[in-house]
Write a protein that binds this ligand. Structure first.
Ligand code: PDD
Length: 287
């Protein structure tokens, strides 16, 4: 089946979808994105992603390409047309193309944003074997720019981080700045010690994860103790367990950091419980 994608108002076969070579997303990484998961053919936390998208656009002085209602309709159309039961919807909005290359932003009156959405079919996303095994991570320096709260498409360093992890025989990397963990290459980072969940507080240093927000709320509702503070990789290595959260992997247990096994080296009870609660609750609220 040829995938149907959405580009600037049209649903097209992926082979016929095009964007200008002058698009600022392509030339300058001048664009933002969202990844929304699909379970049971329904969107998980669409509202959260739509609100964060609006914030990212505002922070970059970029016009909205369409309304929230239109966005929801496009997401649903793509899920239906591509028969996605479990998977992801990727959305990208860039500042568009004014037909040339210039550092100065084009006039938004004459240059319209580019909007692209496509689906990724991922059967087994919820029942992911990787979550049963847990992830091995390494730590690397965080050399990204200072506005990580904006979900821009500048993903070169996160990609390099994943490659460094792969080369080291690990699954992913956590990023360290000024001696403290910021987040994972594409997820938020947590450790658990004596039953308490520790994670970095929100600031411009990390992405304000939609899954983070939901998981912390659910952890609180389940009477789990949470502390939002800076933490070092050494603390995480001495933890009872650790995990990450993201829209694409939900709650992913971490079983090893820089070659040091956490606990007995298998996914910890709190991470496993939070994954269960998150999947359960999110499915109930999916639209
Ligand atoms: N990544 N931190 C970073 C740097 C991320 O790229 C992501 C998401 C997160 C988690 O945010 P959320 O819970 O809203 O997915 C944290 C997405 C999944 C991606 O790039 O594919």
């Amino acid at each position: 089946m040829t995938r149907t994608v959405y580009v600037n108002g049209e649903y097209l076969p992926e082979t016929e979808a095009t964007v200008s070579i002058f698009d600022r997303g392509f030339l300058m990484a001048d664009g933002v994105y969202e990844v929304t998961s699909v379970l049971d053919g329904k969107l998980i936390d669409f509202e959260g992603h739509a609100v964060r998208l609006e914030r990212s656009l505002n922070e970059l002085d970029m016009p909205a390409a369409c309304s929230k209602e239109e966005l929801l309709e496009i997401h649903r159309q793509l899920v239906t047309r591509n028969e996605i039961v479990e998977g992801l919807v990727y959305l990208q909005i860039t500042r568009g193309s004014d037909g040339d290359r210039d550092f100065v932003f084009p006039d938004p009156e004459t240059t319209k944003p580019t909007i692209v959405l496509f689906t990724q079919n991922k059967p087994g996303l919820a029942d992911n074997p990787a979550a049963k095994k847990g992830a091995k991570i390494i730590s690397i320096e965080d050399i990204r720019w200072g506005r990580r709260d904006i979900k821009t498409v500048q993903l070169l360093y996160p990609s390099m981080g994943k490659m460094m992890a792969k080369k080291a025989g690990a699954d992913d990397a956590w990023l360290i700045e000024d001696g403290h963990v910021t987040e994972g290459t594409s997820n938020n980072a947590y450790f658990v010690k004596n039953g308490k969940i520790v994670t970095r507080p929100l600031s411009n240093d990390i992405l304000h994860g939609i899954t983070r927000k939901a998981v912390l709320r659910m952890a609180e509702e389940a009477q789990m103790e949470i502390e939002e503070r800076l933490f070092t990789i050494e603390e995480a290595k001495e933890a009872d367990e650790a995990f990450t959260t993201s829209a694409s992997a939900f709650v992913m247990p971490v079983v090893e950091i820089d070659g040091v096994a956490l606990g007995d080296g298998t996914p910890g009870p709190i991470a496993k419980r939070l994954r269960e609660i998150y999947l359960d609750e999110s499915l109930k609220a999916a639209i």
